[in-house]
Design a protein around this ligand. Sequence first.
Ligand SMILES: *Cc1c(COP(=O)(O)O)cnc(C)c1O
Length: 436
Amino acid sequence: MHLTGTMRINGFGNLEIGGVDTTKLVEQYQTPLWVIDETGFRENCRAFRDAFQACGDSLVLYASKALCNTALCKIVAEEGLGLDVVSGGELFTAMNAGFPMEKVYFHGNNKSLRELQMAVSVGVGRVVVDNFHELQTLNRICLELEARQDILLRITPGVEAHTHEFIKTGQIDSKFGFTLPGGQAMDAVRDALECEALRLVGLHCHIGSQIFEIESFEHAAELMMQFMAEVKALTGHEFDELDIGGGFGIYYFPGDEPRQPSDWAKVASAAIEAKAVQYSLRRPRLIVEPGRAIIGPAGITLYTIGSSKEIPGIRKYIAVDGGMTDNPRPALYGSKYLAVIANKASQKTTELVSVAGKCCESGDMLIWDTKLAPIEPGDILAVFATGAYNYAMSSNYNRLPRPAMILVKDGKSYTILKRETYQDLVRNDFVPEHLK
Ligand SMILES: *Cc1c(COP(=O)(O)O)cnc(C)c1O
């Protein structure tokens, strides 16, 4: 078992998180239930913040797309991190949390006119401009609003991160950003410098997700610095910021070997310092945007086990009361998770089973072939490392109401997201006159 943050097995042999017995959480809040370890989440925020601070001028942004919620945005603000948002909805959540707007970076490859207007008028710190259309639109909006906006340009450096292909975004054939090889990125810089309402403060790249190869970051940082030198040579312009994105891998499953935040910080910072010296550039402020690495390990999901089906000689399926609706990653990416029977956490794992969800879809499997303690209906299954891209990617498929989300800390638990009701599911349904 891979326990992180405040997770432990208590004297009753039950899984405990934030000082609360998970079986008690289930009695109080029912299942499925997303549980976030506040202490673990804060520790991960601090680990990144402190590691990068120790290596020079830096800013860590929490990539809120991994899990965006008002209470969590407040914690991120308290920990002194900035916030990366990718939509008007995430921006609105940050506003709802009173997040300092100057530390908000707004990403996205197709920000709408209204989203850009919203970003400029609420004073987001940086808009990370993704394409030529956005550059001109943003400039026009700023002129209309008599505002000046600090921007970064998103560059696609063409670095291959060795991770699952579906979540690879740094390669040249990507929908994101201005491509570095071939000169598109340089054209974008020239255009941006001519936009009178925009101030080009930095460059951004993001090479993928769930990455373990530190060399891919190093390489991306070097390419970006080299490009900064080319820009300086051609235009005289120097940058204040280099944002090398997120994507730091976490432990889901044996074989995953995450690096420490200090490893990433040292390597990235050394790379940009060396290149700054080589090209006689100012060392830009180093910005990173971890999402998964901050929230992923701090979350678990609790389910109740119901039916099971044994196919002799093939496998045994057990089914839980959630599935691809609350965690679509196994179905989408073939992602692997570890789990434990939370009320039998100290028992030997002698039963080989596959964990299915309850959706009408054969692909709705959470875990294939995992060993668990002997299972009876009513047992509680805890799946680890579900903090990132679970709630964030959840759906109401099959009209399943979304679970509640609970924050736990020092023996107490707090609702940070109400469980959806059947009423919530029909709230926006509308019956036209001729059907009444
Ligand atoms: C997805 C994304 C992140 C966060 O990625 P993680 O793998 O969760 O760290 C950061 N920046 C950008 C631009 C992204 O698209």
